[in-house]
Design a protein around this ligand. Structure first.
Ligand SMILES: [Zn+2]
Length: 219
């Protein structure tokens, strides 16, 4: 039987690296992107372009109800992106990974895939409770019971820091592609982004660490 996976895919650095990883691991890969009213439509275009470049079937699911339920800094430009000490950042959306992974699993079963791949990561823990390994394991059990199907949720980035995620992209031969074609920035700027927002800072710090470890002198 063919090994098949569905990758939860946003068009950012992490999930794009996961998509390359999955293409190496599985015989067949499909990607699913959720449209939940992101501030930046470019995110969805970026994801579609990458899926096309990689020859991956791309599903876009409408999850606008998420914004209806829980307005947040990712969808509303009148909510500032903030991370106060001891509080969840305003970019956290209650239930997002729970819902996304559950919908991805329903889709996976429909298309005959056992594996659901997600780029969540506990190492650069920004306080998102649904990025924790314990949550993923718990959900995996729940999904198997809910649908009587042996899902495997793969989290190739779970224990990597951002510099190791860059390293993985490099090992997959995807370093330049991930660097130039993905969108991680909260201000909707591709590649190296705005350089100011928390997502850009995390990405850039990891990149500099990785390049200096590799002995690359940056211009
Ligand atoms: Zn940015």
């Amino acid at each position: 039987m063919k090994r098949k996976a569905v990758v939860v895919f946003s068009g950012g650095q992490d999930s794009t690296t996961c998509l390359f990883w999955a293409q190496q691991q599985f015989d067949e890969v499909e990607a699913v992107t959720f449209n939940y009213g992101q501030r930046h439509k470019l995110e969805l275009e970026c994801a579609a372009d990458i899926a096309r470049d990689l020859g991956v079937k791309h599903h876009v699911l409408d999850m606008s109800l998420l914004n209806q339920l829980a307005p947040n800094a990712l969808t509303r430009d009148d909510i500032a992106i903030e991370a106060e000490e001891g509080k969840l950042p305003t970019t956290f959306v209650d239930g997002r990974n729970l819902l996304f992974l559950s919908f991805a699993a329903v889709l996976a079963k429909q298309v005959g895939a056992k594996h659901v791949v997600t780029g969540v990561c506990e190492t650069d823990f920004s306080g998102y409770p649904d990025c924790r390994d314990v949550f993923i394991k718990s959900l995996n059990v729940t999904l198997n019971l809910a649908m009587d199907y042996q899902f495997v949720i793969d989290t190739p980035l779970m224990w990597l820091d951002k510099s190791q995620t860059w390293e993985l992209a490099d090992q997959l031969g995807a370093f330049e592609y991930v660097r130039t074609r993905t969108l991680t920035c909260y201000n909707g700027i591709m590649a190296d982004g705005c350089g100011e927002c928390p997502a850009c800072r995390l990405r850039a710090n990891g990149l500099h660490q990785y390049l200096s470890r590799k002995g690359v002198v940056e211009a």
